[in-house]
Design a protein around this ligand. Structure first.
Ligand code: HEC
Length: 207
């Protein structure tokens, strides 16, 4: 039987690939089954879903945060931080209006998407952000008044960029997608989302 890849693709895109450690032969059988039964379509490829990088391997091996060796988690975070690419022109802040649209959009990385069409960030699925949007998830902390509370120091700006670019740089096996690292959002989109969080004119930072 053939299944669409969209659900699996969403799971992979949004960083939820951690599975309980499986006995080696059981894991191999599962892989063989997946390779045989799923097919690539559009941006959702079998390889993209099944091939784990080092970080995903570690998170699959230790799905329970309290059983994950602290040293390994710290090493993973340091390695992920090294993979962050900061903006090539030194400008971190784009337009909050565009950032709001990106935060609202849950489109992307699915078998039904046209290759090359821009992805959304789906931020509201996990975060409260602006006050006007009352439909949001709470897997992640509220980001309402993020810039007002944190300010715009170089440290905060760089931390926020790195968090968006590669969430695991600060939190091993984070549920938050690695937006830049995984090519979900491009540099301009990241700048626009930065503006939504940090620009004093953004509704996020108004009362
Ligand atoms: C699948 C859920 C999920 C999605 C989607 C998601 N996040 Fe997160 N985010 C989290 C979780 C969980 C945390 C807290 C744990 C951690 O740091 O990983 C977090 C933490 C953060 C932080 C750090 C907050 C702090 O107090 O330092 C920022 C900033 C952030 N997210 C912004 C965003 C933005 C902007 C988007 C959309 C482009 C987004 N997140 C999408 C789950 C998500």
């Amino acid at each position: 039987m053939k299944y669409g890849l969209s659900i699996l693709a969403s799971v992979a895109a949004f960083g939820l690939t951690a599975q309980p450690a499986l006995a080696a032969d059981y894991a191999k059988q599962t892989m063989d089954l997946m390779k045989a039964d799923f097919r690539s379509k559009g941006p959702a490829t079998v390889e993209g879903v099944l091939q784990q990088d080092e970080a995903q391997h570690l998170c699959s091996a230790y799905p329970a945060p309290d059983k994950r060796p602290k040293k390994l988690a710290a090493k993973l975070e340091a390695e992920q931080l090294k993979l962050v690419k900061y903006p090539s022109d030194g400008q971190y802040i784009g337009r909050w209006q565009e950032g709001e649209k990106i935060a609202q959009s849950g489109r992307g990385m699915q078998s039904s998407d046209k290759p090359g069409s821009p992805n959304g960030g789906n931020c509201y699925a996990c975060h409260q952000i602006s006050k006007a949007e009352i439909s949001f998830g709470n897997i992640g902390p509220s980001l309402y008044q993020y810039g007002k509370l944190r300010g715009q120091s170089e440290g905060i700006v760089k931390y926020t960029w790195a968090k968006l670019y590669n969430s695991q740089a600060y939190s091993a096996c984070s549920n938050m997608p690695r937006f830049g690292h995984k090519g979900i959002l491009d540099e301009q989109q990241l700048k626009d989302v930065m503006a939504l969080l940090l620009d004093p004119a953004s509704p996020v930072n108004k009362d």
